[in-house]
Ligand binder design. Structure first.
Ligand code: CU
Length: 238
């Protein structure tokens, strides 16, 4: 088993990805009122609600443009050349509304949580230009994508060096395996818990009859720690 998988599992990902789910669950956030431990100052732990008007979020130069999917996630528009699909994911802070009245400054890819859904076709070459516009170093881990070289696995300290603030790294792999996978931050759990994850959907080149569906919805369950040491707020697709 690759070391990255072990480390990845130890991150205890706060998300569950379900592929080929054909029903939509309304977007909503559920909060647990007892989530702040006694004696803990809630203004010092977890993500803090934004008070007052939300700061304006503008796209980063060069990042992939987004379209809205029916499942509620955003989809990145690929630059295509032959059998290559290229994306630009910029890790940056952006305000994110979990439910009316509760917004936080999340860590995002291209300004959205979950990060843009990347849809490619089996057999394509996939290029992801990762740009770190945050104030801390990070990498992008391609969870479940296999068949590529270790150097594309995105595990800092094992397969590559950290990408420093302002830095870039180009991930490239051939999408050999159809299915739904995840990309996510791989530095620390707090980064992942702040919104740095998204789905990669590899459509089968020759779908079997059971794979011919009318809709293929991504559903990503997120957990958030809002003024809390523990996860206390949950959203679906953002
Ligand atoms: Cu992972």
């Amino acid at each position: 088993m690759p070391k990255s998988r072990l480390r990845c599992a130890s991150l205890a990902l706060p998300l569950v990805l379900l592929a080929l789910v054909l029903t939509l669950v309304p977007l909503r956030a559920l909060a647990d009122a007892d989530a702040v431990p006694a004696g803990v100052d809630p203004t010092t732990v977890g993500l803090q609600p934004i008070r007052g008007p939300l700061p304006l979020a503008t796209p980063a130069p060069g990042e992939s443009r987004l379209t809205q999917r029916e499942d509620g996630t955003s989809q990145a528009v690929a630059r295509t050349a032959g059998r290559t699909s290229a994306f630009v994911l910029v890790a940056r802070e952006a305000p994110w509304t979990l439910r009316p009245g509760l917004a936080v400054m999340a860590k995002t890819y291209n300004g959205v949580v979950p990060g843009p859904t990347l849809v490619v076709r089996q057999g394509e070459r996939v290029v992801i230009d990762f740009r770190n516009a945050m104030s801390v170093p990070d990498t992008l881990h391609l969870h479940g994508i296999h068949g590529g070289p270790d150097s594309m696995d995105g595990v800092a300290g094992i397969s590559q060096a950290m990408v420093e603030p302002g830095g870039r790294f180009r991930y490239a792999f051939t999408a050999n395996q159809p299915g739904t996978f995840i990309y996510h931050s791989h530095d620390n759990e707090q980064m992942v818990n702040s919104g740095l994850y998204g789905a990669i959907v590899v459509l089968p080149a020759h779908p079997r009859p059971e794979e011919r569906v009318q809709r293929d919805d991504v559903e990503m369950l997120s957990s958030w720690s809002i003024q809390s040491l523990t996860e206390n707020t949950f959203t679906i697709n953002g």
